[in-house]
Design a protein around this ligand. Structure first.
Ligand SMILES: *Cc1c(COP(=O)(O)O)cnc(C)c1O
Length: 376
């Protein structure tokens, strides 16, 4: 990668294969809502959404109207669900960009009704139910009266209903959330037509997706990008592949004597005479601050430890145990494969004390995204 100090490689064919696997794992007729908030989890919304459109996702979901407008400007036709609550000043965007809002409250309903009446247009919503996340959505025990109010509002088209799991790893609590959600749907006697979407599952709850229940859609974010936890628990038993890898280059190598302390705060002291490499990327790019002394980098298929504190523009790597001389400019892989070795993004996140979602969101503008588009 000439002219780049670091870069993220994004394999759109892998994204496509992951989507196919996810789709195959679902009962037929279950719709796939592709969650592409936060610039498609750092993968870049335009190339990612374009490929997803070709791959045939049914609906996109994003966090806010700005993200929704970005997708709408790429083409009409795909339903776009805005998951986050709108600020009143954003309501008009629902009509301007033909979006569906996730509605949580009576206040929102009244706002949308007033706007729909004023513009003489219909506004589409999915009703969000809080079954135990304690964040967005109407609390499930208060949901029926809001559903009645929506049914009484001719300007508002109720196209779906959703809830969000707080802790998919806790099967007992997730089951309880499903039960609360389904009890509301049954009591409310909601429209029984296939285009009405009933959805709760995200990537990590997919394993417990209930076949033959009322659920007819899933909302998948992380899994489509092929990201697993180190224990594979987010994989849903699927052989998805990582879409993104992150690489940098070796900018400098120097010999330092035993006892030298490294980098800011001098947290690390060399225990032996050492050969230290300087990687041309830091937390100003994507390498998390707290992965120093914990994570590794791959060079020529070998693994070497990152040492000292990560800085904004540089990261140190201990090359003392390298057998051959490593050339300056050599590729250093922080996430991804070299020969038989692989560093998973979820491992780097865990090393840094964070989660894959946050790590993806912290790949900065300074990092060029290089797209591999070839289908095999
Ligand atoms: C982000 C988000 C998702 C997707 O979650 P993943 O764990 O990335 O699959 C689904 N639903 C809601 C409401 C979200 O905010």
């Amino acid at each position: 990668m000439k002219g780049m100090r670091c870069w993220a490689e994004i394999d759109l064919a892998a994204l496509e294969r992951n989507l196919a696997l996810i789709r195959k794992s679902l009962p037929s007729g279950v719709r796939l809502i592709s969650v592409v908030k936060a610039d498609a989890y750092g993968h870049g919304i335009h190339p990612t959404a374009t490929r997803l459109m070709q791959t045939g996702v049914d609906t996109f979901a994003v966090a806010n109207v700005k993200e929704a407008a970005d997708i709408r400007e790429m083409g009409s036709g795909w339903p776009i669900l805005v998951l986050g609550p709108l600020l009143a000043e954003e309501d008009q965007a629902l009509l301007d960009y033909d979006l569906t809002a996730a509605l949580s409250s009576q206040e929102e309903l009244e706002r949308f009704q007033a706007l729909a009446r004023k513009e003489n247009q219909e506004i589409s919503v999915h009703l969000k139910i809080d079954t135990g996340m304690g964040r967005l959505g109407v609390w499930w025990e208060n949901a029926l009266s809001l559903i009645e109010a929506i049914k009484q509002a001719p300007e508002i088209k109720l196209c779906g209903i959703l809830t969000h799991f707080a802790q998919p790893s806790d099967s007992g609590f997730t089951k309880e959330q499903r039960k609360r959600f389904l009890s509301i749907i049954e009591q409310a006697k909601l429209e029984d037509e296939p285009s009405f979407l009933i959805h709760a599952d995200n990537s990590s709850s997919l394993r417990s997706f209930e076949n033959n229940s009322l659920f007819n859609a899933v909302r998948i974010g992380l899994l489509q990008f092929g990201i697993a936890s180190p224990r594979g628990s987010l994989l849903g038993g699927l052989e998805v592949e990582p879409v993104l890898s992150f690489h940098s280059k070796l900018a400098m190598v120097k010999e330092l004597p035993k006892g030298t302390s490294l980098s800011y705060d001098r947290q690390y002291t060399l225990k032996r005479d050492s050969r230290i490499g300087i990687i041309s990327a830091g937390y100003g790019d994507a390498i998390p601050l707290h992965c120093g002394n914990r994570s590794n980098g791959l060079i020529q298929g070998q693994s070497y430890p990152l040492i000292g504190r990560v800085t904004m523009d540089q990261t140190l790597i201990d090359l003392t145990d390298s057998r051959d001389e490593i050339q300056l400019g050599e590729k250093v892989t922080l996430v991804g494969k070299q020969d038989s070795r692989e560093i998973l993004l979820s491992t780097l996140a865990e090393d840094a004390g964070t989660i894959p979602w946050e790590l993806l969101c912290s790949i900065t503008k300074r990092v060029p995204r290089i797209y591999r588009t070839k289908r095999e």
